[in-house]
Design a protein around this ligand. Structure first.
Ligand SMILES: [Zn+2]
Length: 154
């Protein structure tokens, strides 16, 4: 699969998706406001994985993941740049491993985590439910985004 970006545009795009306060993050923060949830901290380096949004006292971490960088299993995540074909899959594989290790460490410390994927943010109802669920104590055990996936077998 190819795209029409020049190398300069590609670099620009990469830099933009990696920066803080991206449009997806702002959308998630707006959704939190609508839920009446405030008091979070942003990009705290002292928390595993440096969550985009963290409620420290309540031990809730929200990650806003770009599909490309974090290897989401979606059309957007599958789209590799035309150049450096050998480089990107390894890089993204490393990102995924690191993400999984960070989630495991947070869960070990008793944190609740959720991953908000960039490709799903436009679905306002989904976003609302996903965020509401992480604050819902009754659903606490169901909600964690387990890196290995939930096994429904008895
Ligand atoms: Zn995606």
């Amino acid at each position: 699969m190819t795209d029409n970006l020049t190398p300069t545009q590609r670099r620009h795009t990469m830099r933009r998706v990696r920066s803080n306060n991206t449009r997806p993050e702002l959308a998630v923060r707006a959704a939190l406001r609508r839920l009446g949830q405030s008091g979070y901290r942003l990009h705290r380096k002292d928390i595993p994985g440096r969550p985009d949004i963290a409620f420290i006292g309540r031990k809730i971490a929200i990650f806003v993941h770009g599909c490309f960088w974090h290897g989401h299993n979606c059309r957007r995540g599958d789209r590799l740049p035309a150049s450096n074909r050998a480089y990107w899959p390894q890089k993204i594989e490393r990102n995924k491993k690191r993400d999984a290790a960070n989630l495991a460490e947070l869960q070990r410390r008793g944190w609740r985590t959720t991953i908000i994927w960039e490709c799903r943010i436009k679905d306002a109802a989904w976003l609302h439910n996903e965020l509401a669920a992480v604050f819902d104590d009754k659903r606490r055990d169901d909600n964690s985004s387990a890196p290995q996936g939930d096994c429904k077998q008895p």
